[in-house]
Design a binder for this molecule. Structure first.
Ligand SMILES: Cc1ncc(COP(=O)(O)O)c(C=O)c1O
Ligand SMILES: N[C@@H](CCOP(=O)(O)O)C(=O)O
Length: 463
């Protein structure tokens, strides 16, 4: 399997090189040259299989000959062994024909673990085979960082540097990152927003001298290795509700568009998905784009779902590439316009293609709190604020005749203050994290200054 850049000017790479590259050399994102196809019979055969076995069947189609079958199987088995639910990603019925796909049973209590536990092992395998070390960077609004740090801690092949926006994560999210004291882990609290952190990471990749000197690699969802692992749970969830004989829809609380893009990929691979619903918080740039056909930045506001306080939605570029008929020139023009004038208009055929697969709506702060309270009252179930955005939107947009699966992206205990304010009861952390607030922290506060960040990394990496 080969991978091409959404901007059309970077080398075409195999799976392992695309994973190590993270961002393409032309600033674009790697996507598979063609979508592997699964027949109805192959999809039906996933029923009753163990999660790691379905993951192997799907992921191996993208890996091709780059990694041997036995090694890949053991990477995948290792990735899902730390999950504390036997199904890895179980479904829970919230109301008739509306299901929650619980993705928070991994070590850091968010859906990021599903991909990050795979990515760290696959990178470690590729680097060890090549006798190399790499410097991993990541930008986080809270969950990617903790999942990445947990997955990469203590590994000999990598040093990891995670940038989070100072004071804009929940305290639990921050502590999950800053209390990991392994020598290869570095936390940077940047004086800025998540978008500043993400811009800084992308600028490091675009500084080719720095990128090559420190052998830079990324763990945000710009890395195809994240998306490929997230495709799997769309298949397992749909199959357990009767796919491929039955069409299902998904609602996905969305920020950087990685999670819902994985759903789109599943559809392109043959999974009969009726609708993919983008649920945004008050930072509603994606919902506005679907409505107006213009991607228009308007400033980020802090919300009770901080992991979705994002305006530069990285993976939307992958969708633009697909929806424009893989027109890399058009994508480049849109991305240049975003950089220069904070917005761009989508060509008619592109927005029409997007509207054929996706719907979108926003849940504001009051509506999100109200759905946390009502689901607790009526179902005795505690939603985290990101999942609540999804549930609120799904309740409004769903077709009662089509099963709707809302992605439950985080455990409520990651956001105790917001949940308590909404429903009056504070969710508790699981036992293995119960002493989190007593653990010592280590982090470095840096100004939003690209040179300072790059110097910090260059003087600490062991590459
Ligand atoms: C808990 C949670 N829900 C939803 C999202 C949004 O996911 P994505 O950025 O893939 O759209 C994030 C962050 O990415 C998150 O941490
Ligand atoms: N919400 C994310 C933001 C980064 O998203 P990613 O999926 O591109 O890594 C976070 O929790 O950090």
């Amino acid at each position: 399997m080969q991978f091409v850049s959404t901007r059309g000017q970077a080398p075409i790479l195999g799976f392992s090189d695309a994973i190590l590259a993270g961002l393409a050399a032309d600033g674009g994102l790697y996507v598979p040259r063609e979508w592997p196809q699964f027949t109805a019979a192959e999809i039906a055969a996933f029923a009753g299989k163990r999660y790691p076995d379905v993951a192997f069947a799907i992921i191996s189609r993208f890996v091709g000959d780059d990694i041997g079958a036995d090694a890949l199987k053991s990477i995948i088995d290792g990735a899902y062994s730390p999950f504390r639910h036997v199904s890895v990603a179980p479904l829970n019925e919230l109301s008739p024909n509306h299901f929650l796909l619980e993705l928070f049973h991994g070590p850091t209590l968010a859906f990021k673990d599903v991909a990050m536990q795979f990515l760290s092992r696959v990178m470690d395998h590729i680097l060890s085979e090549r006798g190399l070390r790499a410097t991993i960077v990541g930008a986080t609004s809270g969950d990617t960082g903790s999942a990445a740090i947990e997955a990469f801690r203590g590994r000999d092949t990598t040093d990891i540097f995670i940038l989070h926006p100072q004071g804009r994560t929940s305290p639990v999210q921050r502590l999950q990152m800053t209390t990991v004291l392994d020598a290869n882990v570095h936390n940077i609290a940047l004086e800025g927003t998540f978008d500043d952190c993400q811009n800084s990471v992308k600028a490091m990749f675009n500084n080719h001298q720095f990128r090559d000197n420190v052998r830079l690699s990324g763990v945000n969802s710009i890395n195809w290795g994240r998306i490929v692992a997230q495709i799997v749970y769309y298949f397992t969830a749909a199959v357990s509700l009767g796919s491929p004989s039955r069409r299902v829809s998904f609602t996905v609380p969305t920020g950087n568009f990685g999670d819902i893009f994985a759903g789109y990929a599943a559809k392109r691979m043959g999974l009969p998905i009726d609708r993919l619903v983008i649920a945004t918080n008050a930072n509603d740039i994606l919902a506005r784009t679907l409505k107006n056909g213009r991607y228009e930045m308007a400033g980020v506001h802090p919300t009770i779902s901080p992991s979705m306080d994002i305006e530069i939605s990285s993976n939307f570029e992958r969708l633009l590439f697909e929806a424009s008929g893989r027109d890399a020139k058009a994508v480049l023009a849109m991305m240049n316009s975003l950089k220069q004038s904070s917005g761009f208009a989508l060509p008619e055929n592109t927005i029409a293609a997007i509207r054929a697969d996706f719907a979108a709506a926003t849940s504001d702060e009051a509506a999100t709190k109200s759905v946390i309270a009502s689901i607790f009252r009526e179902n005795g179930y505690t939603l985290d604020p990101h999942t609540a955005v999804g549930v609120q939107v799904a309740q409004r947009l769903r077709d009662p005749m089509v099963p709707m699966i809302t992605l439950a992206t985080a455990h409520p205990a990651k956001f105790p203050a917001a949940v308590k304010e909404a429903m009056g009861v504070e969710p508790s952390l699981p036992l293995w994290l119960a002493d989190l607030h007593q653990r010592p922290e280590r982090l470095s506060v840096l100004a939003n200054d690209q040179k300072a960040v790059e110097d910090f990394i260059a003087t600490r990496t062991r590459v």
